[in-house]
Write a protein that binds this ligand. Structure first.
Ligand code: MEV
Length: 461
C-alpha cells in the first residue's frame, strides 16, 4: 500500500517490516531463465508480454553463445547491448592502430577519431610505462608494542609469508612476475592497534586480482599461525590479533603510464578560425582551470574516462576499477585535480596524461568474450603494458577533442550533430526523413527545439 508521508509517497510496511507492494521471492536464482522472466513480468510488469518480447529480442539465437554470456554473471535474463565502434588512425609509439570502443554516448568515437587524425601528421602519441606495481593489503589489529611487531615481521614473518605463498606464485614467477615486496605498515596512529601487511605485485599480462587476493588470503592465515607460535608475545597479545580483511587495492599509483603529444605552436592549426597562438593559450588555460578547480576537474576527467572506459570495456577489462583508480589518483594530493597537463613553453605545445591503470590481456573475459577477442586481435594482441599505453592515449585524445571544442566552437555543435539520430529515433523518423535532417543541419547547429520544429513542419506537408 502506498501512502503519503511528509508530501512523499511511502510504501507502508507489513507486520514483519516488509513493504506490501510486492512479495519477496525465495530461490530466484534456482528458477529457469523463463521462470525468472515469468515471475518478473507478473510481479513487476502487470503481466505485460511486450516486456517479455523485449527480453527475447536480445537473446542470441546461437544457444552456445547465449549460454557463454549467461554464465559470465548470475540471474541473467537477457543481454544488454552497447554500440561497438572504431576510432581509426591512432599513431601510437610509431604503430598505426584502430581503437575498439564500446560506448553509448554519441560523439565519443567521433571525437577520438578526430583527435587521432589531428595528431597523425605531428608525430602521433608517445607513451612511457612509468611503473607496473600493483598493491594489496592484509589489514589487521593487534595490541602489541609496535617495535616488537616490527622485529617479529623483519626476522620471522616476512620469510614465512613468501614461503607460504610459493605454490600460489609459482606460475606467475615463471612468467616473470610474483610478489615484489612485503612491508609491515603501522597505522595505529590513525586507528588503535591497526597494522597492515602491504605487498606489491607484478602480475605481468594479467590484471591479477585473483592472484593478488589469493596471496593476501594466505598472508592472513600465515599471520595468524605465526603469531600463535611466537614466543616473544604474551597469550593476551596473541589473543588480541584480528585479521580484518585481505584485499587488493584498486588504487595503483605505481602502475602508471604517461601518454603525450607535442608540436610547435605554429603547427597547431585549428579549423575554427582562431589563431594558433590563441588556441594554445586558451587550451592551456582550460587545463589549468581543471588543475585548480575541482568542479571543472570532475567533468574534465569524466571526459578523459569516456575515452579510457570505452576501450577498457571493449578489451574485457574492469571499468569500475579503472574509474576508482583514476579518481583516487586525481585526488592524491588532498584536492581533486586534472589528470592531464599542458605547457606552451618556447613555442612548443605539450599535452600529457599520467594515468594509473591496472589491466590485463590474459585471464578474465579476454579468452571468452568473442568481441573482446576481436578487440585484442585488432590491437595486435598487445601486452598489458601496451594496452596501458593505448588506454592512456585514448583518454588523452578524448580530452584533447573535448578541450579543443570547448575553447573554440563549444561542444554542443559536434555533440548535437551526433545526438541528432537519437532524437529522430525517439520521434520515429523514417530513413528518408533522417536523410532530410542530415542535409538540413549541414551548416546549422542542431538543437532539440529546431529538430522538433522541422520535424513537425515536414510531417505537416
Ligand atoms: C561529456 O561526456 C564530456 C565533456 O563534458 C568533457 C569535458 O567537458 O571536458 C565534453
Amino acid at each position: 500500500m502506498r501512502e503519503i508521508v511528509n508530501g512523499r509517497f511511502h510504501n507502508s510496511l507489513s507486520k514483519n517490516n516488509l513493504p506490501m507492494n510486492h512479495q519477496p521471492v525465495e530461490g530466484f536464482s534456482k528458477l529457469t531463465k523463463q521462470g525468472k522472466i515469468d515471475w518478473l513480468v507478473n510481479e513487476y510488469l502487470e503481466g505485460n508480454t511486450d516486456y517479455q518480447n523485449i527480453l527475447n529480442q536480445y537473446w542470441n539465437e546461437n544457444a552456445d553463445l547465449q549460454k557463454l554470456h549467461d554464465e559470465f554473471s548470475e540471474n541473467t535474463i537477457s543481454n544488454f547491448y552497447m554500440p561497438y565502434g572504431i576510432a581509426p588512425n591512432f599513431l601510437i609509439d610509431g604503430k598505426l592502430l584502430a581503437l575498439p570502443m564500446a560506448v553509448e554516448e554519441s560523439s565519443v568515437v567521433a571525437a577520438a577519431a578526430k583527435a587521432a587524425k589531428f595528431w597523425i601528421d605531428k608525430g602521433g602519441f608517445k607513451t612511457t610505462i612509468i611503473n607496473t606495481k600493483k598493491l594489496g593489503h592484509t589489514h589487521f589489529i593487534i595490541d602489541v608494542e609496535s617495535h616488537k611487531l616490527q622485529h617479529f615481521f623483519n626476522f620471522k614473518l616476512k620469510k614465512k609469508l613468501f614461503e607460504a605463498t610459493e605454490s600460489i606464485t609459482a606460475n606467475m614467477r615463471n612468467r616473470g612476475g610474483g610478489i615484489l615486496e612485503i612491508k609491515l605498515v603501522d597505522k595505529s596512529a590513525e586507528m588503535p592497534n591497526y597494522y597492515q601487511l602491504k605487498a606489491s605485485f607484478d602480475t605481468v599480462d594479467s590484471m591479477g586480482a585473483n592472484f593478488i587476493n589469493s596471496c593476501l588470503e594466505q598472508f592472513g592465515k600465515t599471520l595468524k599461525e605465526q603469531i600463535s607460535f611466537e614466543e616473544s608475545f604474551t597469550q593476551e597479545e596473541k589473543d588480541s590479533l584480528q585479521v580484518v580483511m585481505n584485499i587488493l587495492s584498486n588504487f595503483t599509483p605505481d602502475c602508471i603510464v604517461r601518454a603525450e603529444v607535442s608540436c610547435k605552436i605554429e603547427d597547431l592549426k585549428d579549423d575554427s578560425g582562431i589563431s594558433n597562438e590563441e588556441f594554445a593559450r586558451k587550451f592551456k588555460q582550460a587545463v589549468t582551470i581543471a588543475e585548480i578547480e575541482p568542479f571543472r576537474a570532475t567533468t574534465h576527467n569524466k571526459g578523459i574516462m569516456n575515452g579510457v572506459d570505452a576501450v577498457v570495456i571493449a578489451t574485457g577489462n574492469d571499468f569500475r576499477a579503472t574509474e576508482a583508480c583514476a579518481h583516487a589518483y586525481a585526488a592524491r594530493d588532498g584536492k581533486y585535480s586534472s589528470l592531464t597537463h599542458c605547457t606552451t613553453d618556447n613555442g612548443i605545445f605539450r599535452f600529457w596524461i599520467d594515468l594509473p591503470i591496472s589491466v590485463g590481456v590474459v585471464g578474465g573475459l579476454t579468452n571468452l568474450h568473442p568481441l573482446v577477442k576481436f578487440s585484442l586481435a585488432l590491437l595486435g594482441k598487445p601486452s598489458a603494458q601496451e594496452l596501458m599505453s593505448i588506454l592512456a592515449v585514448s583518454g588523452l585524445a578524448q580530452n584533447f577533442g573535448a578541450l579543443r571544442s570547448l575553447v573554440t566552437t563549444g561542444i554542443q555543435k559536434g555533440h548535437m550533430k551526433m545526438h541528432l539520430f537519437n532524437i529522430l529515433n525517439q520521434m520515429g523518423a523514417t530513413e528518408e526523413e533522417k536523410q532530410h535532417f542530415v542535409t538540413y543541419f549541414k551548416d546549422k547547429t542542431v538543437t532539440h527545439h529546431e529538430v522538433i520544429n522541422e520535424f513537425n513542419r515536414l510531417r505537416a506537408q
